[in-house]
Design a protein around this ligand. Sequence first.
Ligand SMILES: Cc1cc2nc3c(=O)[nH]c(=O)nc-3n(C[C@H](O)[C@H](O)[C@H](O)COP(=O)(O)OP(=O)(O)OC[C@H]3O[C@@H](n4cnc5c(N)ncnc54)[C@H](O)[C@@H]3O)c2cc1C
Length: 351
Amino acid sequence: MDNKPLDMLIVGQGVAGSVLAWEVLSRGGSVRIIDNNHEHAATKVAAGLLNPITGKRLVKHKYLDSILPVACSFYRSLEAFFGETLLTEHEVLRIFQTEEEKAKFERRLKNPDYAPYLSEAYPPGAWGEGLHDELGSFKIKPAYVLDTKRFLACMKQYFEQKGVLQCETFDHAHLRTAPAGVLYKDQAAKMIIFCEGYQAKDNPYFSYLPFSPAKGDILTLKTDVALPEEVLIRKQWMVSTQEGVKIGSTYNWDVLDEVPSERGKKSLVKAFYSIMDTKDAPEVITHEAGVRPATRDAHPFIGMHPEESRVGIFNGFGARGTLWVPFYARQFIDVLNNEGELHADVTIARV
Ligand SMILES: Cc1cc2nc3c(=O)[nH]c(=O)nc-3n(C[C@H](O)[C@H](O)[C@H](O)COP(=O)(O)OP(=O)(O)OC[C@H]3O[C@@H](n4cnc5c(N)ncnc54)[C@H](O)[C@@H]3O)c2cc1C
């Protein structure tokens, strides 16, 4: 192996490690990525929704107006590079669950910060008879779905062709650190950045960070029921894709394995019937589960270790990895190049 120090050694090739490596390479830097190709990594399981307004409280992230355009243009540039369709625009059709949610929506619609992303409210039945929309609905736009499996496969192939991806499990016992750089086995690098997703819990440098990992189940269904092309959201979301109708995702903070659970499946099939007004039974084609690298304050963990200046982390993207990572990868690399600062709510210095 070449012993010239790399600009960056990266552990993990989920969306975080992939985009970070791409960003370094596109600025002329050198990287090596170590990844153990975990079958149920969050990025492989994820639905890939880029939804600007989320949650019960209909919240818009305070930097969304910057984050969303960066994500879109990043994935569009990858599509042009790889000649593949990765990002599909789907409006979100959100069905009101309660009168309180409707009242919240009315307030949001009057807020000039939110209004550009929202439609007017639609009355019950506006979309025909197939939906349970007794209280009506509204649309959120623009919103997108990233084909995360294809995205990862394109990135993996690209890194392999460049000879920068190493398939192995990173072993901390082989890492040496010094003020000028790090040495992993016989590979020297100016720094190492960990992007291991929820497996950061076993990282001796960063296990002190308050992660709050959340398991999620997701189903792909075959159904004869005609679905609108929007992403439908009524507590859970559902979207028609080339592979079938995806529906997800459950949240479980207690059982942190990646084994699809019967409980998760039941609750998602129930969610299907709470969205669609049908008696047709959908067939479950696939049932997957993964663990989101979520954090207690719901903001990512980015930055260099307080005592090991050459050891960093780019993680904690929770349920928003596909949306947040392109923007924060750029911001992090800028900061490492002494240009700009990390947002106060993502730096690990806040902990
Ligand atoms: C069910 C579900 C649905 C989701 N839906 C959405 C969604 O709609 N929209 C959205 O934006 N986000 C969604 N997410 C969240 C999204 O998946 C995550 O935010 C994102 O994938 C995190 O990416 P990551 O690169 O940090 O971690 P991961 O994707 O977990 O990648 C970590 C990588 O590190 C490797 N690794 C770990 N430890 C080691 C080691 N010691 N040695 C070598 N390699 C190692 C693993 O093999 C893996 O490849 C969802 C997640 C789940 C589980």
